[in-house]
Design a protein around this ligand. Structure first.
Ligand code: SAM
Length: 314
């Protein structure tokens, strides 16, 4: 695999493995295999158990397959994790003992210029995690309206001044000059009209466009719901998020599932209380240590939250 640049360093490895409470005969899922760092740690713990490692990126799948080839317990599947239930049915294990979801992009995706994720590297405006998906960033930017672009930049990138930047991007697009990562970066620099070579808005806009092109939050929402539903009693769903929109979804779902539910009569009175099937293990998100951030600056915004399916409803 020499054509891959430096492999992705798994974020919060010790913490996530410890939260999974691995058993040698358990069945585990890594929803986001990436370079296989977390997957390999899980596979090392398994004897009679199984690991199903999923990624929608074919290069990640190839890399993880190679990395996990010494571990007979591991199966690597190329798929979108929002299809988790179908994947698990096909693998003959509808219920599992633990699931890890490490959201966002990998270093391999960011570092390869031809994938088009990085404003620091000249490349095509691609940004697809699944390179067989029909819409790349160039095609998405071709058809997005200025209003929708503004919305995406605001929601996924917290970009400001959002209208000005969206207008500059659309102007460049309408002039037929929005083909490469450098074109997009130039449009943002033009809008800002100042001398800092790599302003923070570059990172924010690229992140927002990437999240829209890959429909990341919708897949995350479905993947989390399927994940929670696929846990055996005592099983845990461990999630690493990097973006406030991702963490908001995780927090909201875990809170909702850990609450006692009430069924109401048509007149609004309580018919019955349904005990919670889950508990949130982490009252607050667990953050990386300063040492890890120093070693791996990409861990900086990571947050880990953990949900557990109860043995019996509480
Ligand atoms: C942060 S990386 C995971 C790194 C991995 N934990 C490791 O140790 O190398 C995130 C991975 O999730 C994958 N991914 C993101 N969204 C996905 C989705 N909806 N379905 C499947 N894979 C997805 C990306 O392609 C990327 O490889």
């Amino acid at each position: 695999m020499s054509d891959f640049p430096a492999p992705h360093a798994p974020v919060m490895l010790e913490e996530t493995i410890s939260f999974l409470q691995l058993r040698s005969s358990g069945i585990y899922v890594d929803m986001t295999a990436g370079a296989g760092g977390h997957s390999e740690q899980i596979a090392r713990h398994l004897g009679q158990g199984r690991l199903i490692a999923i990624d929608r990126d074919k290069e990640a799948v190839a890399l993880t397959r190679k990395r996990l080839s010494p571990y007979p317990a591991a199966t690597v599947v190329r798929a979108n994790y929002s299809e988790l239930k179908t994947i698990l049915e096909a693998q003959g294990c509808p219920a599992v003992d633990g699931i890890l979801l490490d959201a966002g992009v990998s270093s391999m995706q960011i570092d390869r210029a031809e994938r088009g994720f990085s404003y620091l590297k000249e490349g095509p405006l691609d940004m697809r995690m699944d390179s067989d998906a029909p819409l790349d960033a160039a095609a998405w930017l071709q058809c997005v309206s200025p209003r929708d672009l503004e919305q995406v930049l605001k929601e996924f990138g917290d970009v400001r001044p959002v209208r000005r930047i969206a207008r500059h991007i659309c102007k460049r697009r309408d002039q037929g000059q929005l083909k490469s990562t450098s074109d997009l970066a130039e449009a943002i620099r033009d809008a800002l009209n100042h001398v800092v070579p790599n302003p923070v808005e570059l990172r924010q806009v690229f992140q927002a466009v990437r999240m829209a092109v890959n429909d990341e939050l919708n897949h995350l929402k479905t993947g989390l719901e399927h994940g929670a539903e696929s846990l055996s009693p005592g099983g845990r769903l461990v999630v690493i998020s990097f973006h406030s929109g991702e963490d908001g979804l995780v927090k909201e779902l875990f809170k909702r599932l850990s609450r006692q539910q009430t069924e109401l009569r048509p007149d609004g009175r309580i018919l019955k209380r349904v005990p919670a099937l889950y508990k949130t293990v982490t009252a607050r998100p667990v953050l990386p240590t300063p040492e890890e951030i120093q070693r791996n600056p990409r861990a900086k915004s990571a947050k880990v939250r953990v949900l557990e399916r109860l043995q019996s409803a509480e």
